[in-house]
Design a protein around this ligand. Structure first.
Ligand code: PLP
Length: 532
């Protein structure tokens, strides 16, 4: 081999040249800032037509600017979601403390499989999961947790724990044909379907309990379902409670579910199912758990204090969960992926443990410090722990209280404004979270009365179709005529999570994730409805 040539490109790509790197980074930052002055949206249209026809690989070694050029159009063509007009979904701009953390992580590129491949980054994960577990479970003696690539995988861990608790040895023997079940609510996230399929239990064995108007699982129907399943000899592996549904911010009564599953398991003499809580979105309410409502140091309005009080009550329920999914890349405003799977009792790890004999190339692995012996993944990024600890300690508890409360305040504010419009109906009025789901009907219609009739089964199928069609059509009309520089971007869901008489109900949706969204955006949003 031509060693001179070899040495030249190794120098370019494997020796740190701070000037070259920061120079390119400066260019990316300049582009980012230039884009922040533009309306949100597609800056640069996609070109899927030839994306596969010409998968290019350069022939000769180049330099770091070639690397820059290879990605720049795609970087420019990606919305960083920094605009305060983005209200579509549980997605917001990542905070810059998280950027500092994750950049540091990328510079070292640790692998959290075992301590030997990550040293103090492994310790940082222990710190991050303990900090989050203390926030969620409040006082817990020996929590444990691990970062995963997303809420879906964190939920999978919860379900897997239930499977191993209720069917001991499933890890080795597999599912042996016994009747098994998992339980979620009708407003739960579809990731539960994913995990039921991927765990091999089958989506048919995942039962959805209807929700009430607050999008919370109906406890009476949960009790009935458990009776039905246990009477038939079915083994119930887990109940996944949802703490903050993705569309409507509904929150299950976790303590109520705990009571029922304990009671029923004792009554039928079976192992209690895993109580896993999918708090991917809603966990951030826990930042407000300790907020002093009397002293009110952050000067919340009395309206907001009432919402915060409600949040505190909900957050209290999380303390009795066995395990929790927490997406820091949602309301933590951290970078992807920073989802945490948290367990209240470290002792439960035994259900996931494999022998060192099963992980031959980690032959010196030790259960006390090497996650690879219990995790689904082998190589694991440390981005989550870095994003979390940098954010928590940069922004601080008080900062996160302000961020969380502001989301609640804006959602509450929009609900109140919409409630004054006769042709609108807020569908998730009683939930406590960052999102608003509502109907817009043509002027002259009384939306609340129509909704009441719908709930009572007093509308004909034709009427229902007509109203649902109007809700959808007006959404399209606003989208068509909006001014991207001033009008907020909303989204539309075909099923916001409450299904009276089994019916899926469509809704307009706004989610308040962007810290820069303000009342002027709400004013303009309401104005745009008036003009439809
Ligand atoms: C987003 C979300 C998930 C999935 O999490 P990912 O991180 O996107 O995989 C699961 N449950 C709820 C309630 C969610 O909002």
């Amino acid at each position: 081999m031509d060693r001179v040539r070899y040495a030249a490109f190794v120098r370019t790509f494997f020796e740190c040249d701070p000037k070259a790197i920061t120079g390119i980074f400066q260019e990316f930052l300049d582009a980012l800032r230039a884009q922040e002055s533009l309306p949100p949206g597609n800056y640069y249209s996609q070109n899927y037509d030839t994306a596969q026809a010409n998968p290019e690989i350069h022939v000769l070694p180049g330099n770091l600017k070639d690397a820059r050029d290879a990605v720049f159009p795609y970087f420019w063509g990606t919305d960083g979601w920094s605009s305060p007009l983005h209200l579509e979904n549980v997605r917001g701009p990542a905070n810059y403390a998280s950027l500092i953390g994750t950049m540091a992580c990328l510079l070292k590129n640790p692998n959290l499989c075992t301590d030997s491949y990550s040293q103090r980054s492994n310790e940082l994960e222990v710190k991050a999961v303990t900090a989050l577990a203390n926030l969620i479970f409040y006082h817990t003696d020996e929590p444990w947790g691990v970062f995963t690539i997303g809420g879906t995988i964190s939920n999978l861990y919860g379900a897997k724990l239930g499977l191993e608790k209720v069917l001991p040895g499933a890890m080795q023997r597999g599912l042996t044909g016994e009747g098994i079940a998992g339980i979620v609510s009708e407003a739960s996230h579809y990731s539960n379907q994913t995990l039921a399929g991927w765990l091999g239990m089958g989506t048919q064995n995942l039962y959805s309990i209807p929700t009430d108007r607050t999008l919370a699982m109906r406890l009476d129907l949960l009790a009935l379902k458990l009776d039905e399943l246990y009477t038939a000899g079915t083994k119930v592996l887990f109940v996944v409670a949802t703490f903050g549904t993705t569309d409507g911010a509904g929150i299950d009564d976790v303590a109520g579910i705990r009571r029922i599953i304990d009671e029923k398991a004792a009554h039928y003499g079976v192992t209690t199912p895993q109580l896993h809580v999918d708090a991917a979105v809603g966990w951030a309410l826990c930042f407000l758990s300790d907020y002093d409502l009397e002293k009110n140091p952050l000067e919340f309005t009395s309206d907001l204090l009432a919402v915060v009080r409600q949040a505190q009550t909900h957050a209290f329920g999380l303390r009795v969960a066995d395990s929790v999914t927490l997406d820091f890349h949602k309301m933590g405003r951290g970078h992807y992926p920073s989802s945490a799977f948290l367990m209240s009792h470290r002792a439960d790890l035994k259900y996931l443990a494999r022998d060192v004999a099963d992980t031959p190339y980690f032959s010196d692995a030790d259960m006390r410090r090497d996650p690879a012996l219990v995790t689904l993944e082998c190589s694991r990024p440390a981005l989550g722990p870095y994003a979390v600890m940098a954010s928590l300690n940069g922004i601080g508890l008080t900062g996160f209280q302000m961020l969380t409360a502001r989301s609640l305040e804006l959602a509450h504010g929009l609900k109140q404004r919409l409630a004054k419009l006769e042709y609108c109906k807020v569908l998730n009025a009683e939930t406590c979270g960052p999102s608003v789901c509502w109907w817009v009907l043509p002027k002259g219609r009384h939306a609340a009365q129509i909704f009441e009739k719908l709930e009572n089964g007093e509308l004909s199928p034709e009427e229902i179709q007509r109203y649902f069609g109007e809700v959808k059509r007006l959404f399209g009309k606003r989208n068509y005529s909006l001014d991207p520089a001033i009008d907020a971007r909303l989204s539309f869901t075909t099923n916001f999570g409450y299904r009276p008489l089994g019916m899926e109900i469509p809704a307009w949706k706004a989610v308040f994730f962007n810290p820069k969204t303000d009342e002027a955006v709400l004013d303009q949003l309401v104005e745009s409805l008036e003009l439809l």
